[in-house]
Write a protein that binds this ligand. Structure first.
Ligand code: NAD
Length: 376
């Protein structure tokens, strides 16, 4: 196996997830490139030092430029808040480094466009962290759809609801600011929904009519006791959608839905059957295919197992199940394979920009209360 030097910028939830994936991928897959944890970056020297120890990096810094300019680093993870993605990713691409950037691409369409342009001026690989399209059982669902098992796709329906911000007493954070995060539930979780829509249907969303709302307009200011801060991006978002291939459907997301821990659910309806998925049961899909005898038909449950892509590298038998971090390892392995074999990634920055365009169109459509056609 050939080593590849990696650097991680930002060490919260996602920085940790990327670092775990880098540490585990060679052990799980045993082929291809072996990531070497070179340098990690966070905002203060103390935090960076602690995270280097926790996550197993050789060096640490509180300046992301040190990671970008490090000659031992070939692949960089951008795991910082959305408004920093563009500057870091573009600088990394200019030095020829591969970039694994967390979603959404950035906090504005202008920045995302610049990122996509920068990616076209280099041979380096880019990928956006839309991990729900990397789950082995979801890859299998796509194979089922492409084989025509459910006939011609007739409808796509997907929601992503969570209760992360359902408590109105929870303090304000960067995610609730248009300036720091861009849109709210739209960029944070509807973006995942759109990635799944494009992935499973092999087609892009071409028309939308959207709707957004803010449920908790003010939140406790965590830095000023007794004061509040304004929430200026969406808590809930919904849209009716049309795809380029003629399929219709609807999508939605909410960050204020009590009880929904990871309420990502999708359904693909076809002329001969239906497939359903629920991220809270991420090791199974439900498949219905029309039978001659309708008295015994019904949905059947397919559990993830060694017949599905990537799974057997983790476990020899079905039924044990994979978790979120395993899916992140699958995502990384796809990227490493693309780097090693000089093959395209999905979703690259170009594909990510298409997802951003849908998000922006849903937002604009909600403000103007009319259908919008999306130009790619
Ligand atoms: P977080 O708040 O847990 O972590 C962000 C980290 O970045 C913190 O450690 C912070 O100190 C550090 N940071 C901030 N600015 C920095 C800078 N300029 N230089 C270096 N470090 C800096 O956030 P998170 O949940 O890990 O989210 C990070 C990104 O990952 C966001 O873009 C988010 O949308 C995305 N995300 C993706 C998923 C997914 O399922 N793919 C899940 C959660 C978050």
């Amino acid at each position: 196996m050939k080593p590849i030097g990696v650097g991680v910028i930002g060490t919260g939830f996602m920085g940790k997830a990327h670092s775990i994936a880098y540490s585990a991928s060679a052990s799980v897959f045993g082929t291809g490139l072996r990531p070497k944890l070179e340098i990690v970056c966070d905002l203060s020297p103390d935090r960076a030092s602690q995270r280097a120890t926790d996550l197993g990096f050789s060096r640490h810094t509180d300046k992301w430029q040190d990671v970008v300019n490090d000659p031992k680093v070939e692949l960089i993870s951008v795991c910082t808040p959305n408004n920093t993605h563009s500057e870091i990713a573009i600088s990394a691409l200019k030095t020829g480094k591969h970039v694994w950037c967390e979603k959404p691409m950035s906090s504005s369409m202008e920045d995302s466009q610049k990122m996509a342009e920068a990616s076209l001026n280099t041979n380096a690989k880019t990928i956006i962290g839309y991990n729900y399209t990397k789950n082995p059982i979801v890859l299998h669902a796509k194979e089922i759809i492409e084989k025509g098992t459910i006939g011609r796709v007739s409808g796509f329906f997907c929601r992503y609801d969570v209760d992360n911000e359902a408590d109105g007493k929870k303090p304000w954070s960067w995610r609730m600011s248009k300036k720091l995060s861009g849109t709210g539930a739209n960029g944070d979780i509807l973006s995942h929904v759109i990635s799944i829509a494009h992935y499973l249907t092999n087609s892009k969303i071409s028309r939308v009519v959207g709707d957004v709302s803010i449920i908790h307009n003010k939140r406790i200011d965590p830095k000023n006791i007794g004061k509040t801060k304004e929430v200026d991006n969406d808590d809930m978002v919904s849209a009716l959608i049309h795809f380029e291939n003629g399929v219709h459907g609807h999508i939605g997301a909410s960050r204020v839905s009590w009880g929904k821990k990871c309420g990502l659910t999708w359904e693909v309806h076809g002329t001969e059957g239906t497939i359903c998925y629920n991220q809270e049961r991420l090791n199974e899909i439900k498949l219905f295919t029309r039978q001659k005898d309708s008295s015994t038909d019904g949905f059947r449950t397919i559990l993830s197992g060694p017949d599905h892509p990537f799974y057997s590298s983790f476990l020899p038998n079905g039924g044990h199940g994979l978790g979120f971090m395993d899916v992140k390892i699958c995502e990384l392995q796809g990227l490493l394979n693309s780097i090693e074999n000089d093959e395209p990634t999905w979703p690259s920055f170009t594909d990510g920009l298409a997802i951003e365009k849908v998000m922006e169109s849903v937002d604009i459509s909600a403000i103007n209360k009319k259908w919008i056609s999306i130009k790619y």
